[in-house]
Design a protein around this ligand. Structure first.
Ligand SMILES: Cc1cc2nc3c(=O)[nH]c(=O)nc-3n(C[C@H](O)[C@H](O)[C@H](O)COP(=O)(O)O)c2cc1C
Length: 163
């Protein structure tokens, strides 16, 4: 069976729910192995051992959150030119924007010469005040469904041999 690696970081739970939704849907078909790893626990060996990827990050200060960046900093050159052509998708959890983080993730994936499976999925939690930023997040069911579609798409593509 092929392997889907989902790497994420989350401080207040939004990105975690998105990544878990993608993992749940990808697992449901029973045709791929799904590895859901928090960014500090993931590294180049995990990237090499997978056949496709979901990268899930919060947007902080118009960038991907630092712990996701750290995962890429630790992994980028170790796997460069060894994962060309593998498929990926991006999930971003943001207060109101998300474009900056999505763009950064796309540039890294392009550098790795990965193949995009679908456009970035950006979920806005509408957190813009210090109190709402710090509060635990609950991602709406309609947004969870969008993340499930991403996981199902990648799993189906892997199972069908498209990726
Ligand atoms: C330090 C900090 C900076 C942030 N900067 C942005 C930003 O530039 N754009 C945005 O849309 N949201 C921003 N946010 C909001 C987060 O993206 C939002 O709270 C999101 O739900 C975090 O994901 P998480 O719940 O997985 O931790 C920021 C949050 C923090 C803590």
């Amino acid at each position: 069976m092929k392997t889907l690696l989902i790497v994420y970081h989350s401080t207040t739970g939004g990105t975690r729910q998105m990544a878990q939704a993608a993992a749940r849907a990808a697992t449901a078909g029973g045709e791929v192995v799904v590895r859901l790893l928090e960014a500090p626990a993931a590294g180049p060996a995990d990237v090499l051992a997978a056949d496709a990827y979901v990268f899930a990050a919060p947007e902080n200060l118009a960038s991907m959150a630092g712990l996701m960046k750290d995962f890429f900093d630790r992994s980028y050159y170790a796997v460069l030119d060894r994962i060309n052509g593998r498929a990926y998708a991006i999930l971003v959890c943001a207060g109101s924007d998300g474009q900056g983080a999505a763009r950064q993730l796309e540039r890294i994936a392009t550098g790795w010469r990965l193949k995009v499976a679908c456009a970035p999925t950006i979920v806005c939690t509408h957190a813009q005040t210090p109190a709402s930023i710090a509060a635990p997040k609950t991602v709406a069911a309609s947004d969870i469904a969008r993340c499930e579609e991403v996981g199902a798409l990648l799993a189906a593509g892997l199972a069908a041999g498209i990726y």
